[in-house]
Design a protein around this ligand. Structure first.
Ligand code: ZN
Length: 459
């Protein structure tokens, strides 16, 4: 149903910021998207429902495919990654791929999670990704993800979101430890266990999950459940410059890629929207960017187009990837953490990321292609390098490259507090990225040898 991205009524007027304009309705749409995506499973399923509503047909890896010219399709893997594509009417010259990720740093509920002590019931958790643990204290939390249950005729995966304030990780009072503001080491196994209730609530966690799922606790045979921060995100600042909420990395890019993809026109290429799980833990899973998911799908598409092996190699040679994952804006309190020159600003457009060690895949060619995409879209771009000596992060392009080796640009939207439970980004940047991705997905790239390319945009 489209109302997953539906705009609340009365939010239609545009607001002016100091530098640019942005649509209030677009901000509300992104906030609703964040709200609908408390876990990677919910992100993939939210995108699934948007695609179904837009007339896309769902395919399954376990069944044969019958693809048609002009057809629009998508496939999920492990309920938490999703790839969509369209088949052009004319013979395509390559794949135009945009990748982003469904997951965010959080804590995963361990198996047999309840722990009792001192009159409380706690949940045993372990870290998922590089989270800023400080940001999880003293705020209402809940649990979302999926369970696999026994049904009358088999085993079935079900989404779960306990949509109420369920958990809290209270800090120790300052009176009981005066060193708390002096930079403390946080022990995940000791300091980060959320409280679910008093001793009288023993056994209630799986009961709550079963009730949400509509089954009996004993029918739950497995769970992939994660903590998330409760409360809706918000737009703030003197001129509404900022948007804050959980999971902006990487749902801001995932949202912008999806909007640009749906708004794009047919070109002489196959547009591919890929949103992968497990980026925050290195992408090495059955459904991550470092799996065969993307190449499996590309091969099946090529098979359906009756491409032999050489024709598939020709398609590969005319392909391009945008790896879209949020980037670091310069922080006003810590400008020394940024590169002296290449320090992105909020609301100044998508960021192209470079790293000599190739942890970001951008090179001269892929940067040039993305800059040309931005120019055609009429949006500004910025550039980022790590401060030398700082290792920085890595992302999807780096992982995907080992499976499907094509020119790739690592880009993202500038944000603050990356990997906090509550992150901050710019309100204008989402719209810039949507416009850039609309042009990207409406384009094809002709590889004419010796890294000479022609970018053809059908808009
Ligand atoms: Zn990310």
């Amino acid at each position: 149903m489209t109302d997953l991205l539906k705009v609340p009524s009365g939010a239609e007027q545009d607001m002016k910021t100091a530098n640019t304009t942005y649509s209030e309705s677009l901000q509300q749409e992104l906030l609703q998207f964040l709200q609908n995506c408390p876990s990677a499973f919910h992100t993939a399923h939210t995108i699934r429902r948007v695609l179904l509503d837009a007339g896309y047909e769902e395919l399954f890896e376990a069944f044969p495919w019958h693809l048609e010219a002009g057809g629009r399709y998508f496939v999920m893997r492990a309920e938490s990654s999703i790839i969509s594509f369209r088949i052009p009417h004319d013979r395509p010259s390559g794949f135009m791929i945009a990748a982003s990720h469904t997951d965010s740093p959080t804590m995963k509920i361990k198996v047999n999670p309840e722990m009792e002590g001192n009159g409380y019931i706690l949940l045993n958790v372990e870290g998922y990704g590089g989270l800023i643990m400080q940001s999880w204290f003293d705020r209402p939390l809940s649990v979302a993800g999926r369970v696999v249950i026994r049904t009358a005729d088999g085993l079935s995966s079900r989404l779960v979101n306990v949509d109420r304030d369920l958990l809290m990780i209270p800090r120790l009072a300052i009176h009981m430890d005066r060193t708390q503001n002096d930079g403390q080491k946080i022990d995940m196994q000791k300091d980060m266990l959320p409280i679910i209730g008093l001793s009288s609530s023993k056994g209630s966690f799986m009961e709550v999950i079963a009730e949400e799922t509509g089954c009996k606790p004993e029918d739950i045979l497995g769970h992939d459940l994660f903590l998330y921060v409760r409360g809706r995100g918000t737009v703030w600042g003197a001129h509404g410059e900022f948007i804050s909420g959980g999971h902006l990395d990487d749902l801001q890019c995932g949202f912008a890629d999806l909007k640009g993809y749906l708004a794009s026109a047919e070109a002489d290429s196959i547009p591919i929207l890929a949103v992968f799980d497990n980026e925050e833990v290195g992408s090495r899973s059955r459904q991550g960017a470092d799996s065969g998911f993307l190449t499996d799908i590309l091969h099946r598409v090529a098979d359906a187009l009756a491409c032999n092996d050489e024709k598939f190699r020709l398609l590969t040679a005319g392909s391009f990837m945008v790896s879209a994952d949020n980037a670091h804006a310069v922080h006003p309190n810590y400008p020394e953490a940024a590169d002296p020159v290449n320090r992105p600003a909020i609301n100044k457009g998508p960021v192209i990321k470079y790293n000599a060690a190739q942890r970001y895949t951008t090179d001269a060619l892929s940067a040039a292609v993305f800059k040309e995409v931005c120019r055609r879209a009429g949006v500004p771009f910025q550039e980022f390098t790590n401060r030398s000596g700082s290792r920085g992060g890595s992302t999807l392009g780096h992982q995907s490259m080992t499976h499907f080796s094509i020119p790739t640009a690592d880009v993202g939207l500038p944000q603050l507090s990356m990997h906090s439970a509550y992150e901050t980004a710019g309100t204008a940047d989402t719209a810039y990225m949507i416009e850039a991705m609309k042009v990207f997905f409406s384009s094809s790239l002709r590889n004419e040898g010796h890294d000479h390319y022609r970018l053809i945009t059908n808009l």
